[in-house]
Each structure stands twice: as C-alpha cells, then as structure tokens.
Design a protein around this ligand. Structure first.
Ligand code: CAO
Length: 550
C-alpha cells in the first residue's frame, strides 16, 4: 500500500481552468486513466484522468476551483496491482492538448487578406478522427474571427472549432457525424479578413477572449473586421445553438440511456447538465412522472394532448350522472389504439369515395362458389378486391410505397393486409405475394388467417410486411367511412356493403350492384388526382375483372 498524489497533467497552456464536475468521490476504487474531474474553459471541456489506480482517499479540489498543470487534485491509496502507470503510460493518460482552444488554422491566408478563405481544423493535439457533433453556422451567416463554427467531441473532451477569418460563410465542408483531423477543410469564408497564422508553439494557447466589442483579441483588429452591426449575436463563450451544456462523459452516459439531453434541465453551474440530472430525468420518465417529447407525441387519447398544444382531455365524474362500470382496455385495443392515434395525428389523410359496379363480378363469385361447393373454399368479395388492388398498385406504384425521411421506398412485392374484427379487437393479418396467387388461394389463406385472428393465434410474422391494407365492412353494412392508414403504408381501401342501385345506361335505369369504396391516402406521397385515378381504375377492374389479365 502506498499513498500517491494525483496532479493535473500537462494540459497545454491552459491556466486556471475551472473545475465544473467531480466524477469520483472518496472511497471509490479508481482505475489508472479513469476520469476524476471535468474542467472547462470558454471553448472546451475536458476530463482529467487519474495517473494511478487505487482507492480514492481524498479529493483536493471542489467545483468552482481553478486548476493548472501540477495542481494537486486527489490522494489515492494504491496497491501493488495498481501501481503507478509507467512514465510513458502516464504521459499517454494525460489529456492531449485538444481541450485547449485551438490556435487559428496554420493554413489560413495571410493577415488581412480578403477573398475566399479556407478555414481548416487547427492543431487539436494528438486527437485523431474526432466527430463533428454540432454545426453552429450555416452558409450565408456572417462570422467573426474566433466565432465557433463547429463542435467536435472525443471520448474525453469536446471543443469548438473557431473561424480563423471574418466574413460570410460560403460553404460548409463538414456535417454532423463527419470525422475530422488536423488540416481538414471546415468552411469557405468569403469577403474574409484572415487572422495571421499562430506563432509556432501556440498550439495550446488559451482561448482568445472576446473583446467588449465582440471582436476577437487576435491579430484581426476591429478596423479590419467587417461592420459588426448586422452580425448575429453569437458569443463564443456561451453554450451555443441547441447543444446542451454537458461534459463529454455526461453526453456519452445520456446517449447510452437514450436520454434526449436537450430535454434535461441542468442543475450545474451555468445550467450545466450533470450525471445526476440525467439519472433524475431517467427516473422521472420510468416512474411516469415525466415524459420525453417523443413519447408525448405518441401518447394515446386522454393524455399527451398538451404536448400538441391542445387543451387537456376533459375529466368528468360520470358517476354524477348515472351508474357506470369501469373496464380496462384489452391488450390489442391498447396496442392498436396507440398505433391508430399516431397514424391519425402524423399522416395528412385525405379520403376519396367512389362506387364500383360489381354486378357481373358478384354473379361470377356466386357461381364460382356453387361450382366449388365441395372444395370447402368460399370465395368472398374481399379476395377479388385484393387481386384488383394488386393490379391498381402495379399501375400506380406510389401507392405501394413507404416514406423514409426524404425518400420513397417503392416496393416490388405485393403483400396485402386486411382488417379483421375479433372479440379482442382489431388485428391486421397479411397475405403475402398476392400477385403470385389466384383468388381461390387468397380466399383460402384469408379464411385461415381470419380464423387464427379470432382464436388469438396470429404470429408477428402473420401481421408484418404489408404494402397496402383493405378494411372491409361489407359483411356488416354502412355506406362510406374514413379508414386510417396503417403506417408506414401510404394508403388504405375501405369497403362497405354493396347495394343494388338504379344506374342510367343512356336509355333507361338499370339495376346494378354498386360497391362503395373509400380510399384514404397520405397527401405527403399521393396527390388527389392520382387517388381519383386509382379509385377509377379499381372500379374499372371490378366492373370487368378480365382487365386484371391485361
Ligand atoms: N357487400 C355485400 N356483402 C358483403 C360484402 C360487401 N362488400 N362483403 C362481404 N359480404 C358478405 C359476404 O358475402 C358474406 O355473405 P354470405 O355469408 O351470405 O356469403 C357476409 O357478408 C360475411 O362476409 P365475411 O365478413 O365473413 O367475409 P369477408 O371476406 O367479407 O370479410 C373479414 C372477412 C375477416 C375481413 C371480416 O370478417 C371482418 O372482420 N370484417 C371487419 C373488418 C373491420 O372491422 N374493419 C374496420 C376496421 S376500422 O375499425
């Protein structure tokens, strides 16, 4: 056993940086290189690792203290097994001078040069392939010298990369998620006034402080800068953009838990988010005391309306008006309810209503069933509708697609779902590859899936992979309705009970069997004209099924 003192290693020219977070407490067992505390300057935060392993006896600093290289930060009791790291390893454990504010890019144009200037990643120490986690400006923005352009982050430190020139950002050469290294091109700044290259050895120089006028304290004098009146107020020292104020380790912790850091309220100095804040947020969400914004957007009726800016769901004591009974919603109702609600709220639905003349088709269906009586397979109108829809999906491929961000995924397979009413609620089984199956096979599979649905025996595979859904209330009644699209599909066909109606044939009224069709479609993907054409084409096929063969 030995007592060792842990001191702040070489952190470049950083002097008097503030301790903003303690990452260990007396009694903790510390591994060599484990972070003990976080320090922060205007432009960067970094974690200070322990040079030794052992049990933490005493912390010699507290939040708010300022430390520099050599400051005593902790006392450890070490064992043989966790002996001090060899000199080389200790050096490696010392944070690279990445956390120091980067010097202006050596590639910058000579001082006071005007015209397009390439702003590159300056010397950021030994750090390689650091990820861009935030882009703080956009093309067209006017930037000052030393104004932060991007934030990069490694395991142990985050830092803002400043502009070496003042002017207008013409082009950004990096995006969030890119990895950058010394000398990589970050942006092109035009009409620029460049800062003179930093003198040799200034790699770890402290961050330039903004002057009271907002200009940098570097070679760019206020005279050289473009007029600042129109500049956006962007204080480089403040937490910028939407990036929550938190240390890299807290960010990593939040990422691991899937906590949206921007929704966590920081309790640390300057509103900094601590590990405890992330833990409290997680606990509150798990206990139901709080909700993430994403969950609130998905909340079922009766909750979450506030997140949409709506007035709260009415709370009524129904027993005041008469006897009531309370019943829990069943599992399927809860699941389908949440899905229906999301789809209704998130998809801009439009529904087109139309009628299809199925006089001949129904006669054919009835005669087919008579002929096939012995086979035990009953053909229903829904099976014909499935085949007709496949033909319409082939003719109008955007109906057989899904939205994926800014892209449309056009499917080349034809799996059709149908809504099935069961004692436990609505389920949506899927008949796969309907383009390759005949009406008899589809009828057979549909009967089997409907039976499984009623018995509660559908497997997840039976209910996945659909391209398009049909909801048939034909066996029940009604005229038209608005079916809700089954995301991520982009359309759904609702069908009601067919009725014999008088239809004018040019000379006289004829009794025709008319099937009401209600097609709901996602207006982000489909236009009204396409929807009307889809319905009309469906009507033509149902009126003369031979068209399916064309
Ligand atoms: N017009 C007139 N009659 C129709 C018809 C239509 N569009 N569709 C079906 N029928 C008739 C059938 O021919 C059958 O008559 P017979 O018994 O005399 O032969 C009767 O109605 C019952 O049909 P069915 O409902 O058993 O068969 P189907 O293939 O039409 O439907 C299924 C199967 C599983 C879709 C259906 O049972 C079902 O669950 N429908 C409800 C779907 C639903 O709830 N949708 C709403 C979703 S949104 O909340």
């Amino acid at each position: 056993m030995a007592i060792v003192e842990v001191k702040v290693p070489d952190i470049g020219d950083f002097k008097e940086v503030a301790v903003i977070e303690l990452l260990a407490k007396p009694g903790d067992t510390i591994k060599p290189e484990q972070s003990l505390l976080t320090v922060e300057s205007d432009k960067a935060s970094m974690e200070i690792p322990s040079s030794h392993g052992g049990v933490l006896k005493e912390l010699k600093v507290k939040i708010g203290d300022n430390v520099s290289e050599g400051s005593l930060i902790a006392v450890l009791e070490t064992s043989e097994a966790s002996a001090p790291a060899p000199a080389a390893a200790a050096a490696a454990a010392a944070p690279a001078p990445v956390a120091a504010a980067p010097a202006p890019a050596p590639a910058a144009a000579p001082a006071a040069a005007a015209g397009p200037i390439e702003v590159r990643v300056p010397d950021i120490g030994d750090f390689k392939d650091v990820a861009v986690i935030e882009v703080l400006v956009k093309p067209g923005d006017t930037v000052k010298v030393e104004q932060s352009l991007i934030t990069v982050e490694s395991d142990k430190a985050s830092m803002e990369i400043p502009s070496s020139a003042a002017g207008v950002v013409k082009e950004l050469k990096v995006k969030v998620g890119d990895k950058v290294n010394l000398g990589d091109l970050v942006a092109i700044v035009e009409g620029a006034v460049a800062v003179a290259p930093a003198p040799a050895g200034a790699m770890g120089s402290p961050p330039p402080q903004p002057s009271p006028s907002g200009g940098g304290s570097t070679a760019a004098t206020p005279e050289r800068q473009p007029p600042t009146a129109a500049l956006p107020a962007h204080e480089p020292s403040a937490p910028t953009g939407n990036l929550p104020h938190a240390s890299p380790s807290v960010r990593k912790f939040a990422r691991e838990l899937g906590v949206p850091l921007e929704e966590v309220k920081g309790s640390g100095p300057k509103g900094r988010i601590t590990q405890e804040d992330v833990q409290s947020f997680t606990k509150a969400v798990m206990s139901g005391a709080a909700q993430t914004k994403a969950a609130a957007a998905k909340a079922p009726a009766g909750g979450g309306g506030e997140a949409l800016g709506l007035i709260p769901w009415p709370k009524v004591d129904f027993a005041k008006f008469g006897p009531v009974e309370r019943k829990d919603l069943g599992r399927i109702k809860k699941i389908s309810g949440a899905n229906l609600h999301r789809n209704w709220v998130m998809i801009p639905h439009v529904t087109n209503h139309d009628d299809a003349d199925i006089t001949e088709l129904e006669a054919f269906r009835v005669s087919t069933n008579k002929e096939n009586e012995k086979s035990g397979v009953k053909v229903t109108m829904l099976a014909f509708l499935i085949k007709a829809c496949v033909a319409a999906l082939k003719k109008f491929p955007e109906f057989n697609s899904s939205l994926d961000g800014d892209q449309l995924v056009l499917k080349q397979y034809y799996h059709i779902a149908f809504a099935a009413d069961t004692p436990n609620g609505l389920v949506v089984p899927v008949i796969k590859d309907c383009d390759k199956k005949g009406v008899l096979q589809i009828s057979q599979e549909m009967a089997e899936l409907a039976r499984k649905a009623r018995d509660g025996k559908l497997s997840p595979a039976d209910m996945s992979g659909a391209c398009f859904t049909i909801s048939s209330l034909g066996g029940i009644g009604g005229r038209y309705f608005t079916p809700i699209i089954n995301a991520p599909e982009v359309a759904i066909l609702g069908v009601c009970k067919s009725q014999t109606e008088p239809a004018w044939d040019g000379k006289q009224f004829q009794p025709r069997l008319m099937l009401p069709l209600s097609l709901s479609w996602d207006h982000r993907v489909i236009d009204g004209a396409a929807a009307a054409r889809f319905n009309a084409y469906l009507g033509q096929i149902l009126a003369d099924f031979r068209r399916v063969l064309l």
